[in-house]
Design a protein around this ligand. Structure first.
Ligand SMILES: *Cc1c(COP(=O)(O)O)cnc(C)c1O
Length: 423
């Protein structure tokens, strides 16, 4: 459920009409609904009522805007971060270090040192090599790294190949059969405290089966470790729950069903559970509002050319996925069009042969369900400045990231000294 609904024939974000925001901030822009984010944060928490004291760590990479992280921190959420930049954002937004989980397959020595200095609650280690590096770094600074080993359970999440992370051929995690030996080694390493296991098999997962299979694998490993006399305190079950993008299709997984499955599978584990939801919390809490530049009749199709492009929202180009397109001020009737951006690539297509309300130059449309992996994956390709982000709460709204100016875009670069004039 979201709070982007038509009122009086005009699409609103909560109480704010989107055309008013377009007048104030220009187009394109991202608009987030605080009520929707809060709602999802609570729905997910409620779904886990059968789990004692879970650590809910919002996956910052889904939408790293500081206001979004702070809103979730106020809901009691921690943060799952995958870079020093994301860790800095979480801390800046007010997430206590103890509630930060540092994940990622390519943590640099610098990032591990920063994580130790900040005192993050958990570092998810993805290889034997990384464990030894972390041990050396921690020991050198007299620190103790709280470690969870990320398991690669060799489970097919049955999602898009580019966001599937739990198969043995993927770069993520440690093969399950190596976990017991690595854990034993870890307990003897200086600067390391072995705390738990972690798993994350992918994103936009549409069925519970693969998740349950991965969790069962984790449960079996915990039992093995205990049988070998080890103390296991925590299990991190990752994120990955899918959300509905196409209104014609039902929600892929209900959080309630997920929560019930988790409670059943993890009963008796005797560990503190952590979760890392991203898309589920923010995905349909955001839209990308864009203006029709012109409608162009091609040889075989009608093109609606938008002022937003693949550089602003790359998901359709990268994954070939569906985003619903709604007119902000719908007209009677339906029309077929192919929705494209201004970028000089044929891949810059949001939807092919899509039926929407009739559109003309100057009209506003909203690309729905753009709150996750939207603004954060944007680039300045074609030298297009990053677009603003607006957060709405009831009838209030705030620009939580202003539009990048051309001065900022060009001012970030330098002419090589030998190319300066007169040289
Ligand atoms: C991306 C990611 C998540 C969040 O995935 P969603 O599908 O957005 O819920 C959680 N944990 C890790 C380790 C990730 O890389």
């Amino acid at each position: 459920m979201d709070h982007f609904l038509p009122k009086g024939g005009l699409l609103h974000a909560e109480e704010v009409p989107l055309n008013r925001l377009a007048e104030e901030v220009g187009t394109p822009f991202y608009c987030y609904s605080a009520a929707t984010i809060t709602r999802h944060a609570r729905v997910f928490r409620d779904a886990l009522a059968g789990v004692a004291d879970p650590l809910l760590a919002y996956a910052v990479k889904a939408n790293p805007n500081l206001s979004v992280i702070r809103l979730l921190a106020r809901e009691g959420y921690g943060a799952d971060v995958v870079s020093e930049g994301e860790m800095r954002r979480a801390l800046e937004a007010g997430v206590p270090a103890a509630r930060i989980i540092f994940s990622g397959v390519g943590k640099t020595a610098g990032e591990m040192a920063q994580a130790l200095a900040a005192g993050v609650g958990q570092i998810n280690v993805e290889s034997e090599e990384e464990l030894h590096e972390l041990s050396a770094l921690a020991a050198a600074r007299g620190a103790t790294a709280p470690v969870a080993l990320r398991v690669n359970p060799d489970v097919d999440a049955r999602t898009h190949a580019k966001i599937s992370t739990g198969k043995s051929e993927n770069k993520f995690g440690i093969p399950a059969d190596r976990i017991p030996a690595l854990w034993a080694r870890g307990t003897g390493l200086p600067g390391i405290r072995m705390r738990g296991l972690a798993v994350h098999i992918g994103s936009q997962i549409a069925e519970l089966g693969p998740l349950e299979a991965a969790f069962a694998r984790l449960g079996a490993l915990i039992a093995d470790l205990r049988a070998a006399g080890h103390r296991v305190e925590s299990a991190d079950l990752g994120g990955g729950l899918g959300i509905p993008y196409d209104p014609a299709h039902p929600a892929p997984v209900a959080p309630d069903a997920y929560g019930a499955m988790v409670a059943r599978v993890t009963a008796g584990w005797g560990v503190r559970l952590a979760f890392e939801p991203g898309r589920l919390i923010v995905g349909n809490a955001g839209v990308l509002v864009t203006r029709v530049v012109r409608v162009k009749q091609g040889a075989t199709r009608r093109f609606v050319v938008l002022d937003a492009g693949m550089n602003d929202l790359i998901r359709p180009t990268l994954y070939g996925v569906y985003h619903d397109i709604r007119a902000v001020t719908p007209r009677p009737g339906r029309e077929l069009a192919t929705f494209v951006g201004p970028v000089c690539e044929t891949g810059d297509t949001f939807a092919e042969d899509r039926e929407t309300s009739p559109l003309a130059a100057g009209d506003l449309v909203a690309l729905m369900t753009a709150g996750a992996y939207g603004a954060t994956m944007a680039s300045t390709y074609n030298s297009r400045p990053l677009v603003p982000e607006v957060l709405v709460k009831g009838s209030q709204w705030a620009v939580v990231r202003p539009r990048q100016t051309y001065e900022e875009l060009l001012g970030a670069e330098r002419i090589a000294p030998w190319l300066e004039e007169g040289e």
